[in-house]
Design a protein around this ligand. Sequence first.
Ligand code: 5RP
Length: 218
Amino acid sequence: MNQDQMKKQVAEAAIEYIEMGDVIGVGTGSTANYFIDALAKMKGKIDGTVASSQASAQRLQGHAIPVLELNEVGDLPLYVDGADEATRQLHLIKGGGGALTREKIVAGASERFVCIADSSKLVDVLGKFPLPIEVIPMARSFVARQLVKRGSLPELRDMFKTDNGNMILDVHNLEILQPTKMEAELNNISGVVTVGIFALRPADVLLLGTPSGVEKLG
Ligand code: 5RP
């Protein structure tokens, strides 16, 4: 089974978590896209979705699945999204697709966060994948200097603007041994909008696609 087949397999497994009449949060990325495509086959069961990016909203609408504003619907029962790295403690790095801010908002507004990922994303320690940090444009070099002082190597994501009009720094050379502490600390740098560590609000369930089937953690 290749990586795409494993992503599709976990995306389809996440459908089990949906209940009749739910409005659900939908993430961003290639694994989330498989989830959206699976959702299209049972869209009559849900009342709508809240998308974590413009790209996902477009894909949902392409399947004629209703997309609602988070402000209109309040808290959600379920959020389904992928990850760039995940640990067995269900801490994540997200934001490879640049949608981390809206993803963190929708995850925070959801009672249950089901993370879907192929097994290559499972790590013992977060940080090999460069950590995405969304920054206000005028703070870009200030934030970068604060990160260099901490021994890491921030790299501006080239020609990229988030859905919120901001920039992304991809931060190399971080070994994230204390994810909740580092998330809070980096969030506290002025000009940082969102850090791609999801540890203060981790996933509740991690569905991992492996060559021998779906493994459930959490
Ligand atoms: C987007 C994300 C994605 O969930 C993450 O990048 C994983 O993507 P993929 O499912 O394509 O591997 O955080 O901002």
